[in-house]
Design a protein. Structure first.
Length: 336
């Protein structure tokens, strides 16, 4: 059906669920959650979340767990871990329900390509799917969960875009496989294609290969973030000192132009200096006073005060300034 209608395959399966259930079974939010409750979880999953969160806390790292799935959100919420509220957010395909809790339309569809958008939401801390702030620009130090601190665990082709994205930006992608079948063909292919950094059996028990791997990543994350904090402190110090240096250089440059104007020996040089002065956007009271004195006392500047460029400069300089000063009144009286 998806091929015949150029339809998203997730939308197709959601449509078929509702259509095929009609008249045969009662399909509601509760029945979907009940189906989810029957899902057999891998070994150690029940205890994984509290154990890993505790380990993170002991190492100075806040651990959060998210689900990004092309499966049904209602079924995931029906699992024992879903009911326990261990997930910060569940991003998955979901239905819109009527007043009798019967599904009537897809509310959210998560396929293999749009899975990546949720990583950016997690990265920026903008978790609401309707919040367009995810498109806003963030500086690196503003990111709530940088990609370098993400661990993505997956087992299927729909996980590949997310795995590649996390891997590319310095995070940790882990492919898992069923230990009962020992079928490593998918993880070997993902490893060969640089989609993942690591692979392990889907055993979440304490002391398992996956458990040790994630704990090692947490320990490394703590060390990395200590270095990142030092980097941002250095960056802040550099930027503050650089701004101060730029301010000093700007003040010195303005003072140099004022002195050059006062000592100018010919009209051509005076006009050239006026042109540079006109590019300056702000003047303090002391600098303005010096420039007014030059116009009044320097015979060369006074002689050409009504040349277009000189007059425009001084009119701009005095714009919005209290004209009650005798010097300023005297200067304005020279205009034309």
């Amino acid at each position: 059906m998806a091929e015949e209608n150029e339809m998203d395959t997730n939308l197709a399966y959601m449509y078929k669920m509702v259509k095929e259930a009609h008249g045969k079974i009662v399909l509601t939010r509760k029945s979907l959650e009940d189906y989810g409750a029957k899902v057999k979880l891998f070994d150690g999953v029940e205890e994984w979340f509290s154990r890993i969160s505790t380990y993170g806390k002991e190492n100075g790292v806040i651990v959060e767990h998210y689900i990004i799935s092309s499966g049904l959100k209602e079924m995931i919420e029906g699992t024992s871990v879903g009911k326990a509220g261990v997930f910060e957010k569940i991003y998955a395909s979901s239905f819109m329900f009527d007043d009798k809790d019967v599904p009537i339309w897809p509310a959210q569809v998560v396929n293999f390509t749009n899975k990546t958008q949720f990583l950016f939401r997690i990265e920026k801390g903008i978790l609401d799917v309707n919040d367009s702030g995810v498109n806003d620009s963030f500086s690196p130090e503003e990111l709530r969960v940088p990609f370098r601190n993400m661990v993505y665990i997956g087992d299927s082709d729909t996980d590949i875009p997310c795995m590649k994205l996390v891997n590319t930006y310095g995070g940790h992608s882990i492919g898992v496989y069923n230990e009962d079948t020992l079928d490593k063909s998918k993880v070997y292919k993902m490893f060969n294609d640089n989609r993942i950094k690591y692979f392990a059996p889907a055993d979440y028990s304490e002391g398992s290969k996956l458990d040790k791997l994630v704990k090692a990543i947490i320990a490394r994350t703590a060390a990395n973030e200590a270095l990142e904090n030092i980097h941002y402190l250095c960056k802040s110090e550099y930027e503050n000192d650089n701004k101060e240096g730029q301010s000093i250089r700007a003040r010195n440059s303005k003072l140099s132009l004022i002195i050059s104007l006062d000592g100018s020996k010919n009209f051509a040089t005076t006009h050239a200096i006026i042109k540079k002065l006109s590019d300056v956007k702000t003047w303090n009271e002391k600098e303005r006073d010096m420039l007014v004195n030059i116009a009044l006392r320097n015979r060369q500047v006074r002689y050409i005060i009504n040349d277009k460029d000189v007059k425009n400069f001084y009119e701009t300089l005095l714009d919005g300034v209290d004209s009650s000063s005798e010097k300023i009144e005297e200067l304005k009286s020279l205009f034309d």
